[in-house]
Design a protein around this ligand. Structure first.
Ligand code: NAP
Length: 312
């Protein structure tokens, strides 16, 4: 008899097919009333196939008393109540490494897009602006300093790319890393003051909530640019919008927001902001690898083998 898995949100089609090939899959994402959907499955479902846009609460775990594993195809696990999972003996796996390159590519893409006004320039050409005049000059990337908040797998991959563009790198984290040559700051405001671009690549969740607050944004200043490819929760979005609207922050490149998919209306009219819909890992190749790792973790668990990428 196949092992029964609840899946939410809707996943990339090839991943869903891969999941369906090995498991009996229940699409929770189709349910209008999630708890009512889960109720008849309570004695059957042993696994949850997950991704970032569908939070997994303690109440959902309680609704599935036979749940053994939550396997997410994201590296971030801030959408899962980890404490509740631990308390109930539910193991959690994630999908590190396979998405690092694509996320770092997008981070660097946002740096270039914001610094060189690429999105506005594209609109300028399409609207026939070039036939009437020249496009305003923009900001040079080479030689500028990138401050990285959370120098982990993705942060280091961004740093390597930024070095290729001739940027100087510094970083903030909970500890100095002895094996990297970049300058370490134990004070985020000081890093922001020294940075032209502040690149966020730390995890989301309670520990980093509003790490980038009004003070950090003010320290980055009217020439500074904030790039967020981490999580919306890391930034005080109200403070960010206020600083961008008043010109106290130079610009921003955002892939993530506090209340996705809702993006603050005030940002829509700003030319110094590039807005992306949480797509840093969204390439066919990478999503396929993320999904495969999620499936392989589920298979390892039910085969009694060592988990490939357990969390914690
Ligand atoms: P990682 O290797 O674990 O790196 C995270 C880094 O953040 C670590 O170097 C850690 O350094 C630092 N950090 C952790 N807690 C911190 C805190 N409280 N304050 C400051 N720094 C802290 O993870 P990764 O694979 O690079 O992924 C990083 C994050 O990127 C994920 O958690 C996810 O939220 C985000 N992400 C976003 C997208 C997207 O679509 N936009 C895609 C993938 C990932 P220390 O331990 O030294 O503090």
């Amino acid at each position: 008899m196949s092992i029964e898995v609840v899946v939410a949100p809707k996943l990339y089609d090839p991943v869903t097919k891969g999941l369906e090939a090995g498991f009996k899959v229940h699409p929770l994402w189709q349910a209008k009333e999630p708890m009512a959907f889960l109720a008849p499955l309570k004695d059957r479902v042993r696994a949850f196939a997950s991704f970032t846009s569908y939070p997994i609460s303690a109440a959902m775990m309680d609704a599935l008393p036979k749940l053994e594993i939550i396997s997410t195809m994201s590296v971030g696990v801030d959408h899962i109540d980890l404490a509740a999972a631990k308390q109930r003996g539910i193991v959690v796996t994630n999908a590190p490494d396979v998405l690092t390159d694509c996320v770092a590519d997008l981070g660097m893409g946002l740096v270039l897009a914001v610094a060189r006004n690429m999105v506005v320039a594209d609109r300028f050409v399409r609207a026939g602006g070039w036939l009437k005049g020249v496009f305003p000059l923009a900001t040079k990337v080479g030689g500028a300093t990138m401050g990285i908040v959370g120098l982990g797998r993705i942060g280091k991959a961004v740093a390597r790319r930024a070095e290729g563009f001739g940027m100087k790198i510094a970083y903030f984290g909970r500890r100095r890393q002895d094996d990297v040559a970049y300058q370490f700051f134990d004070d985020l405001e000081a890093l922001a003051r020294d940075s032209d671009y502040l690149m966020l690549t730390c995890p989301g969740g309670a520990a980093t909530r509003h790490l980038v607050d009004a003070k950090v944004i003010a320290a980055l200043g009217p020439e500074g640019m904030l790039i967020n490819i981490a999580r919306g929760s890391v930034v005080d979005e109200t403070a960010l919008v206020a600083a961008l609207v008043s010109g106290k922050l130079g610009g921003a490149g955002l892939d993530v927001y506090e209340d996705e998919p809702r993006v603050p209306e005030a940002l829509m009219a700003l030319d110094n902001v590039v807005l992306l819909p949480h797509i840093a890992s969204a390439t066919h190749a990478t999503r396929a690898q993320m999904g495969q790792l999620m499936i392989d973790n589920l298979k390892a668990h039910f085969a009694g083998e060592k988990l490939i990428t357990p969390v914690g």
